[in-house]
Every structure is written in structure tokens, then in C-alpha cells.
Design a protein around this ligand. Sequence first.
Ligand code: AMP
Ligand code: ZN
Length: 130
Amino acid sequence: MAAPSKPTADPTDPDCIFCKIARGEIATRVVYETDLVIAFDDAHPQAPVHTLIIPKGHYAHLSDGMPDEVTTAVFSAVPVVARIKGVNQSGYRIIVNNGPDANQTVGHVHAHVLGGCPMTHGMIRFSEES
Ligand code: AMP
Ligand code: ZN
């Protein structure tokens, strides 16, 4: 685990798809942006509202020295995105897949904001289930 470092807004990984989005090299539907984070609609939405919030700096996992200020910036963006997407009153779910067991497929920290329809209460389906 890397030691916490200074917040950076530099999307430094040349091969990371979310760094490319943060650098503006891949077109996305940007929902919200600050100095430290950018939110954009998921390319393969799993709910009527499915927006991702990422730090602009590259941190593969939550334990990769992501500074508290960046963590705060990501989660402070959640209610703002929810308001923009119109689900602030109806409710929404936040998911952060972190690491292999969670099936994180993009190695750049991101929070999923899902909403726009009622969801079941169960949050986890294990891989041996289908
Ligand atoms: P996870 O499985 O938690 O790592 O989530 C990665 C998410 O990134 C998936 O929901 C993908 O649909 C989404 N995704 C991958 N590439 C893009 C892209 N270019 N633009 C928007 N969303 C993307
Ligand atoms: Zn990245």
C-alpha cells in the first residue's frame, strides 16, 4: 500500500482508459467536473441513471495512496451528480468495485451512481451464484 500523497489532478497513466477520459482524449457525456474529479455517464448503463465519478489523478485502487482530499472530492460529488441526474429525491445506490474479488474491470478508482428505478435490497451476488 502506497503512502498517502499530495492530491493530483494529473491523469498520468498513458494506457488507462479513465485517464484518457480525464485528459479529454475519449469522448464521454460529462455530467459534472471539478479540479479533482470528473463525472460521466457509463458506456454500458445498468440502470436508467448510471454515472461514474472518478478522480482525475490516477489511483488504481482505494488503497493506492489516494489522498483524503481526493476521496472527499469523489464522495462530495455524489449528491451533486444525483441532483443533476434527477434522482436526489427518488434515491440512488453508490457502488465502488475495488480489486479482483469485486470484479473491478477498470483499474482507476471510480464510484458508480445508479438510480432511476427501484432496486432490490440485496447488494451482492457471489460468483458461484448465477
Ligand atoms: P467496474 O467494473 O466497477 O470497474 O466498472 C467499470 C465501468 O466502466 C463499467 O460499468 C463500464 O461500462 C464503464 N466503462 C468502461 N469504459 C468506458 C468508457 N469509455 N466510457 C464510459 N464508461 C466506461
Ligand atoms: Zn487512470
